[in-house]
Design a protein around this ligand. Structure first.
Ligand code: PGA
Length: 264
């Protein structure tokens, strides 16, 4: 029997303008989490690099991650951040290929692949974003876009490494817009990803890969996204700025996990 396992990933983006603000956030979070224990749910908070030190001290059940990484470990790369720096600052995972980076920094599938390979090599869990734009969706090109992205991400990794990757399906048109795909649309992507991974590896591995959903997530949407949409968790932008919402989502997943165990 499979033990349920869920992720709530908070992408804090370029928010919190001082160390004091970051410390305040953590203080509130700790208060909200007091006395709570999680069996099935893991929280990952990804602050700007500058605050990773503060976020290294999160309560049990939560850990810190980064929002990006460079593919070399040190050297003349102005403005970039090394996977080793992230590890040394306490990060256990890193978001790669977020649509804002793909759109604003021109990150291609090739760059994303390089970053994934580097993260895995340095034992950081890559949380890799995939997703179609609104135009691609209207052209009914979603499946092809997602297939290209997933194939590229997994093209240079071993089976053992593949199992560590967390895929985050984030339709670009749903980010920051309050739009949400239907649970059927989300489930269809879940099935598509499983099919691609079965072809690349096998059904057993395809089943093991964690896939989460991102794009305008609020706690109220968890039933659509996860219970009905089949996702193993959520990647949260705006709502992650409220520690209360993060804890609420973790609690909802936890209760859902309990329920699943009871129904087995
Ligand atoms: P949002 O952002 O929740 O604010 O839509 C999600 C994301 O960009 O990961």
């Amino acid at each position: 029997m499979k033990t349920p396992s869920f992720y709530v990933v908070g992408n804090l983006k370029m928010n919190m303008l001082s160390h004091e603000e970051a410390e305040q956030y953590i203080l509130v979070l700790k208060r909200e989490l007091k006395g709570r224990k999680y069996r099935f749910t893991k929280g990952i908070l990804c602050p700007p690099f500058l605050y990773l030190r503060e976020f290294a001290q999160l309560p049990t059940g939560l850990e810190s991650g980064a929002q990006d990484v460079f593919w070399e470990k040190s050297g003349a790369y102005t403005g970039e951040i090394s996977p080793l720096m992230l590890k040394n600052a306490g990060a256990g995972s890193v978001i790669i290929g977020h649509s804002e980076r793909r759109a604003l920094q021109g990150e291609t599938n090739e760059i994303v692949k390089q970053k994934v390979t580097t993260a895995l090599k340095h034992l950081l869990v890559p949380i890799v974003c995939i997703g179609e734009t609104n135009e691609e969706r209207l052209r009914q090109d979603t499946d092809r876009i997602l297939t290209d992205q997933v194939q590229s991400i997994f093209s240079d990794v071993s089976r053992l490494q593949a199992e560590k990757i967390i895929l985050a399906y984030e339709p670009r048109w749903a980010i920051g817009t309050d739009l949400l795909p239907t649970s059927q649309e989300i489930l269809a992507v879940r099935v598509l990803i499983r099919k691609i991974l079965t072809e690349l590896f096998d059904a057993d591995l395809a089943e093991k890969i964690t896939v989460i959903y991102g794009g305008s997530v609020k706690s109220a949407f968890l039933p659509t996204v996860s219970w009905e949409g089949g996702m193993d968790g959520v990647l949260v932008g705006r709502e992650s700025l409220f520690p209360y919402e993060i804890v609420k989502m973790m609690n909802m997943f936890e209760e859902h996990g309990e329920q699943e165990i009871m129904n087995q």
